[in-house]
Design a protein around this ligand. Structure first.
Ligand code: PLP
Length: 409
């Protein structure tokens, strides 16, 4: 345990922003579920590209454009290795998780989903994995079905299985819940969905920085994530999809880079991955995302998984000492995302008082309004931890919460 937290200090030193003060207090940054801070290596890589190497991709006969293309394609291969995709062409660059899910949903909505078909999601979804499927159901005449969760925040697997029928065409669920911290058994749920022949889309927004991802072992057809939640820049993310399936799907956005030939009468489309990447990609951000993957790999999954559980247990033990706290999401093996409510205090008041102590947490519905309804709360306080959070960050949270308790006796 001690060794774990010593390494955390070494990691922490790589994040310049963590040295700043907020309202006169050292920053305690616990909103990593929303977005993570950036290590110096990512900042440096982006700065170097913008100051010394910047140019567009694909269209250039000149050296700098060829270099930019090479940088981006190297990142594609790096990501393919990182998530164990079958080939780099299975990696589609998008602007983030939301765009990746929308891309999959729109393409599947145009080609796979039919009237009377069924799309299954769970009660724990982020809006990004609800609304696109609602739109597909509306456009196609399919039905959206919701698989329930248990009180501890794990998916009720028996009920999930019962939700699946021969009419199920799509099953979509998160790898890790952004509110509950539940780590879903992706391979098991995917195997269940496959018994009825459904296509499986995994929302990996929270999974990608917290758990090793192996899309082949998971068996899913799509895995979606954002770079900004894994120490990379905003504005870029990935849709990883099975090549043979994506090859059959129609393009969703049309324009430059995604075509093979264009005449005024008709156009033909490029092969994967270009077919799904219309327009100039977020070149700088893609390159930054590559540095973010290297950062994660430099830390290693053993450390990440060990630290996640150690900081979770430390913070949970501390929370037990504060009266009137109700945890939302207690599934076994959960990730270090802690949602809770405090008796007699509105989450927004908690968030404001914590901010005055330099503690940044998220309060609200966390883009999961239906899930708030399941737990019958309007909002929660969410402390989400990352590789650079220390015991002293958890102590900062706990002592700020003690103050809240004191004000609202
Ligand atoms: N899905 C989950 C589980 C999330 O936590 C988030 C972001 O909070 C998203 C999807 C959407 O990610 P982005 O806003 O980066 O597209």
């Amino acid at each position: 345990m001690r060794e774990l937290f010593d390494k955390t200090q070494w990691i922490r030193d790589q994040f310049p922003v963590l040295k700043r003060k907020v309202h006169g207090h050292p920053l305690v940054y616990l909103d990593n579920g929303a977005t993570t801070q950036k290590p110096q290596s990512v900042i440096d890589r982006v700065t170097r590209f913008l100051s010394e190497e910047y140019s567009t991709v694909h269209r250039g006969v000149y050296l700098m454009s060829q270099e930019s293309t090479e940088f981006c394609e190297t990142v594609r291969s790096t990501i393919a290795r990182f998530v164990n995709a079958r080939r780099p062409e299975e990696v589609i660059f998008t602007s983030g998780t939301t765009a990746a899910i929308n891309l999959a949903a729109t393409a599947l909505g145009k080609s796979v989903v039919t009237p009377g078909g069924e799309i299954v999601i769970t009660q724990m979804e982020h809006h990004a994995n609800i609304v696109p499927w609602q739109q597909v159901a509306l456009a196609t005449g399919a039905t959206l079905k919701i698989a329930p969760i248990m009180p501890d925040g794990s998916v009720d697997l028996e009920a999930f299985e019962r939700t699946l029928t021969p009419k199920t065409q799509i099953v979509a669920f998160p790898h890790i819940s952004n509110v509950l911290g539940t780590v879903n058994p992706v391979a098991q749920m995917t195997a269940m969905a496959k018994t009825v022949g459904a296509i499986v889309v995994v929302d990996g927004a929270q999974g990608i920085a917290h758990h090793p991802v192996d899309v082949q072992a998971m068996g899913c057809d799509f895995y979606c994530f954002s770079a900004h939640k894994m120490y990379g820049p905003t504005g870029v993310g990935v849709l990883v999809g099975r090549y043979d399936l994506m090859d059959q799907l129609p393009p969703v956005q049309f324009g430059g880079d995604m075509i093979e030939t264009v005449t005024f009468e008709k156009s033909t489309f490029a092969k994967l991955p270009a077919k799904f990447e219309a327009g100039t990609p977020p070149i700088t951000e893609i390159i930054g995302m590559g540095a973010a993957v290297e950062f994660i790999e430099s830390i290693g999954w053993n450390y990440i998984l060990g630290h996640d559980q150690a900081i979770l247990n430390y913070a949970l033990a501390g929370l037990e000492t504060i009266p009137g706290i109700q945890l939302i999401g207690t599934a076994p093996g959960k990730s270090a995302i802690i949602s809770f409510v405090m008796d007699g205090v509105h989450p927004h008041d908690v968030g404001t008082i914590l901010d005055m102590e330099g503690v940044a947490v998220r309060v609200g519905h966390h883009c999961a309004q239906p899930l708030m309804g399941v737990y019958d709360v309007p909002a929660t306080i969410r402390a989400s931890f990352s590789v650079y959070n220390t015991e002293s960050d958890a102590d900062g949270l706990l002592s700020a919460l003690q103050k809240v308790r004191h004000y609202f006796q």
